[in-house]
Ligand binder design. Structure first.
Ligand code: ASP
Ligand code: MG
Length: 417
């Protein structure tokens, strides 16, 4: 049996936490071979980033050289902590672990993993401690995988090593129906389907990096989120890749939300082909990700065109929109920096009607105005005023009865009774 155990920034935030992580690894080693992946100590990546920014120019190669060091220091320290308590351990940078990436500094993609060195260590009874978040490009340069990338390292290693489980140790005890800091009735989920997890991660639940979840789904890596602070007798949350037929699916699994968004509207744009394309090309050229897009029905040959972006991109997006608006002949361009998004997510939605009606009724009851709506097969999102996001989350959590734990009860019922 082989498990990959990943410890996030807070779980290795200081010497005491590193020692606790090391004890957990030693305990697991009684049952399985372990490959450890670590993030940089909490706050370290931000500190290194700020140190780079002091020099102004955004030189991606050197940024990566600096940023990758955070994880390397932590890997070395964790290996020392393990050795101190009698566990044979050895640190590996991403490069030494055989993680090959493309050359896109700051957001590199993993192309392949040469696991020979890690396998050799494990075969010798040595526990490898791999620096997350990084790899090596074909030209030998160090690359990083984007913020939160250690999750991806862990999942990718678990896939490449055909590990029995990839365990993500973090500062929460699993995935919840929603953020417990916003809604006190939030409940830990025993299991969550990977598609739901992917939606929830992308929609603002910050526990797992969306890319890592996508990777786990693609390679069917059993992924478990656990608390590094607790005993974890409850088993955390298991992200499932296939659906178990024994499980009665709740219609809605969770409520995700994101506060920091912004909306831009091109008012009274001539309704003719190419308008959306031109605007989006400009935004794309500035590397601005557009989230929702809504175009109204046209009345007198003109239409309103709205889209949302991350608040950090607001100023740049507004500039693009003004430029494009001028070219296209929009009457005006308006913006609103104070919006957020709430989303209900659940694979059970596929087979149940009426979810949208219930969601919108709950929001209406709370006097919350819906500005934009977008849907996929397993989620419905609404853009609302930012100041109402917390209320909306609580209202929806109640409306869909998420505190009741139907799923836990079902899975705990002994089979065959
Ligand atoms: N240390 C990196 C970050 O803060 C990677 C990670 O923690 O996963 O983004
Ligand atoms: Mg993280």
């Amino acid at each position: 049996m082989l498990v990959v155990q990943k410890f996030g920034g807070t779980s290795v935030g200081d010497s005491a936490r590193i020692a606790a992580a090391a004890r957990r690894v030693r305990e697991s080693r009684a049952r399985a071979d372990v490959v450890v992946v670590v993030s940089a100590m909490g706050g370290e990546t931000d500190r290194l980033l700020a140190a780079c920014e002091e020099w102004g120019a955004d030189d991606a190669r050197e940024y990566d050289a600096v940023l990758a060091s955070g994880e390397q220091i932590c890997a070395g320290l964790t290996a020392l902590a393990l050795r101190k308590i009698g566990v044979a351990a050895k640190s590996f940078s991403g490069k030494q672990a055989g993680i090959l990436t493309d050359e896109a500094h700051g957001k590199a993609r993993i192309l392949g993993i040469d696991t020979a060195a890690l396998r050799a260590a494990v075969a010798e009874g040595i526990t490898p401690v791999v620096a997350g978040f990084q790899g090596r490009a074909a030209n030998g340069d160090t690359t990083t995988l984007g913020r939160g990338g250690s999750d991806t390292t862990a999942v990718a290693l678990a896939a490449a090593l055909a590990a029995d489980e990839c365990q993500i140790y973090t500062d929460v005890d699993g995935i919840h129906t929603t953020d417990p800091r916003v809604c006190e009735k939030a409940r830990r989920l025993k299991t969550v389907h990977f598609e739901e997890m992917l939606e929830m991660a992308s929609l603002g639940s910050k526990v797992l990096q969306p890319r890592a979840v996508a990777f786990a789904g693609k390679y069917r890596v059993p992924l478990r989120v656990l608390s590094s602070a607790e005993e974890n007798k409850n088993g955390g949350t298991l992200v499932l890749c296939s659906r178990s037929s024994a499980m009665e699916e709740p219609i809605i699994t969770g409520i995700a939300f994101n506060r920091g968004e912004a909306k831009i509207t091109l008012v009274r744009v001539p309704d003719r082909p190419g308008v959306a394309g031109r605007l989006l090309a400009r935004l794309g050229a500035e590397n601005i990700n557009v989230d929702m897009i809504v175009q109204n029905i046209s009345h007198d040959g003109r239409t309103d065109f709205s889209f949302t972006v991350d608040r950090g991109d607001y100023a740049a997006a507004l500039e693009c929109a003004r430029g494009a608006g001028g070219d296209i002949g929009a009457e005006t361009v308006t913006g609103d920096e104070g919006i957020g998004k709430v989303s209900v997510v659940g694979v059970g939605m596929r087979s149940h009607a009426g979810v949208a009606a219930k969601m919108f009724a709950a929001l209406a009851e709370g006097g919350i105005n819906i500005q934009m709506i977008s849907t996929s097969e397993i989620k419905i999102s609404a853009v609302i005023e930012e100041s109402r996001v917390d209320d909306a989350v609580r209202l929806l959590h109640d409306a869909f009865g998420l505190e009741n734990g139907a799923e836990e009860e079902t899975t705990q019922t002994p089979r065959g009774e």
